[in-house]
Design a protein around this ligand. Structure first.
Ligand SMILES: Cc1ncc(COP(=O)(O)O)c(C=O)c1O
Length: 422
C-alpha cells in the first residue's frame, strides 16, 4: 500500500532533496553526539524568562483576542516596530504596509518560489548556498544557475552572463554571514549587484536572517536599500530572539504585499498570532540591543575558539573562512580528504558536522565541511576538533608526513619557482 501511495507523489514533491542535516540531527539527538551539524542558535541566549513574562502579560491583558484567527499580513504594531528599527538602522523609508509577517523566513523562500517559479525557470544561486532554499525552490522545478562566491561577494560577470539571453526569474542570495560559508559581501559587491539588478530588471530575494548577528566590523547596508524596487528583503526573529517562535518578515517592493499575502494565505491563513503578540510585547518591555550584545559576545567567543582549535588540531592544508558574524564557518579540505567519508568516521566517534555536498546544486562539495559554532562551548569545540583532526590525520599521504629528501633537481626547481614569483 505504502509503495502504491508513494507512486502518486507529484513530480514537484519528488524533486525536493532530503535534508542531510535533519538526518544527522536525528542521530545527534539520539546519541548525545557533539554536534556542529545543526544551524542552531545557542539556547543559553534565548530570553526565556522575558518571553514567559510577555506570554503571561498578553494572555491576561489582551484576553482571548490573541488566540483568535487574525489578519494575514501580520500584527500592525509588530510591522511598525520592524519598519522603525530598520529605517533607523539604515536610513530607509520602509512602510509597514510593505511588510508581511511570516512563520519564519523559510516561509518567505517558499512563498516567493510559489509566486515566481515555473518549471525550467532560471534562478541564480550562490555556490554554495543554503540547503533550505534549495529545498524550498526545488519543489517548483527551477533550473538553478550557480554563481561562484568569493570572500567579498559573488562573481558579477557570471551573474551578468546569465542575464544575456532570458532574464532569470530571480536571484537568491545571503549577503550577511552566509549559511553555509559565513562569508559576507563587501560594500562594493552590494553596490555592483544593485546596479546589475537595475540594468537587467533582475529581481533579488535577499535572505538576511543573520543581519543582527554581526560580532566584528561595521554593519553594511542591505542591497534592498540600493534597489528597493527589485528586492524582496527577508528577515527573521529566529537568530535574533528564538527560532521556536517561528517568526520572520519580508519587506516587499510597492504593490507586491497583497500578492504575497494571497500566496501565503493558501498555506496557513496567517502567521502564529500568539507569537506575534509575545514578540511585540517583548520588544516593548526590553531593550533588544542589550540582548543582542550578549548574543554577539557569546558567538564571537565560540567562533574564535573554533578557529583556534581548527588551527591547533586540523592538518594545516585545511582552509577555513573567518566569519565576522552569523553561526557558521566553512572548511575546504585538501584533495586527499573527503568530507562524506569523514562524517562516517566522526559520527562513529561521537562528533558530527555537515559535509559540503548538501549546499551545492551541482553535486560538488565533497571537499567542504560546514561547522556550526553557535551551539557549543569552547570545551566541546576543542573535544570535537580533536576528533576531526585525528580522523583527518589518518588520511594524510605518507609523502606529506615524511617528505622525501629533496634531490638536487627538485631543489633547483624550487629556487626557480621562488625566483619567478619574486
Ligand atoms: C540563510 C537562511 N535562510 C532562512 C533560514 C530559515 O530561518 P527561519 O525560518 O527560522 O527564519 C535559515 C535557517 O537556518 C537560514 O540559514
Amino acid at each position: 500500500m505504502e509503495k502504491s501511495i508513494k507512486q502518486k507523489f507529484s513530480e514537484n514533491f519528488k524533486n525536493i532533496p532530503p535534508s542531510f542535516i535533519r538526518e544527522i540531527l536525528n542521530v545527534a539527538d539520539q546519541q548525545h553526539i557533539i554536534s556542529f551539524a545543526g544551524g542552531l542558535p545557542n539556547p543559553c541566549c534565548f530570553p526565556s524568562e522575558q518571553l514567559a513574562e510577555s506570554a503571561m502579560r498578553v494572555l491576561t491583558e489582551q484576553g482571548t483576542s490573541v488566540l483568535q484567527y487574525a489578519g494575514s499580513q501580520g500584527l500592525l504594531p509588530l510591522r511598525e516596530w520592524i519598519a522603525q528599527r530598520y529605517n533607523n538602522k539604515y536610513s530607509l523609508s520602509v512602510k509597514p504596509e510593505n511588510i508581511v509577517i511570516t512563520n519564519g523566513s523559510q516561509q518567505t523562500l517558499d512563498v516567493i518560489s510559489k509566486m515566481f517559479i515555473e518549471k525550467g525557470d532560471g534562478v541564480i544561486v550562490e555556490k554554495p548556498t543554503y540547503l533550505g532554499a534549495i529545498q524550498a525552490m526545488s519543489g517548483y522545478l527551477p533550473q538553478f544557475l550557480p554563481v561562484n562566491l568569493y570572500d567579498d561577494g559573488p562573481d558579477m560577470d557570471q551573474i551578468e552572463s546569465y542575464c544575456w539571453n532570458e532574464i532569470p526569474k530571480f536571484m537568491y542570495n545571503i549577503p550577511n554571514f552566509q549559511n553555509p560559508s559565513g562569508l559576507c559581501y563587501n560594500l562594493e559587491s552590494r553596490k555592483n549587484l544593485a546596479e546589475l539588478l537595475k540594468k537587467y530588471g533582475l529581481l533579488l530575494l535577499e535572505d538576511d536572517p543573520y543581519n543582527e548577528i554581526r560580532f566584528e566590523g561595521d554593519f553594511l547596508p542591505p542591497i534592498f536599500s540600493m534597489a528597493p524596487e527589485h528586492v524582496f528583503w527577508s528577515g527573521s526573529f529566529s537568530k535574533m530572539v528564538a527560532p521556536g517562535l517561528r517568526m520572520g518578515w519580508v519587506v516587499l517592493p510597492d504593490g507586491l504585499a497583497p500578492h504575497f499575502i494571497k500566496a501565503k494565505q493558501s498555506t496557513d491563513l496567517h502567521s502564529n498570532n500568539l507569537s506575534q503578540y509575545i514578540l511585540h510585547d517583548f520588544f516593548t518591555h526590553h531593550n533588544i540591543d542589550d540582548h543582542l550584545k550578549r548574543v554577539r559576545v557569546a558567538y564571537k567567543e565560540q567562533c574564535d575558539a573554533m578557529k583556534e582549535m581548527i588551527r591547533r588540531y586540523l592538518p594545516e592544508e585545511v582552509k577555513m573562512t573567518s566569519p565576522q558574524g552569523g553561526m557558521f564557518l566553512w572548511l575546504t579540505l585538501p584533495e586527499y580528504l573527503d568530507s562524506e567519508e569523514l562524517i562516517g568516521k566522526c559520527i562513529h566517534r561521537g562528533m558530527a558536522f555537515v559535509p559540503g555536498r548538501s549546499f551545492f546544486t551541482t553535486g560538488e562539495g565533497n571537499r567542504n565541511i560546514r561547522m556550526n559554532f553557535s551551539n557549543s562551548n569552547p570545551e566541546t569545540i576543542e573535544k570535537g576538533m580533536k576528533i576531526l583532526g585525528e580522523e583527518m590525520k589518518k588520511k594524510v599521504p605518507k609523502t606529506l608526513l615524511n617528505p622525501p629528501e629533496k634531490t638536487e633537481q627538485a631543489l633547483k626547481g624550487t629556487s626557480m619557482i621562488q625566483h619567478i614569483c619574486l
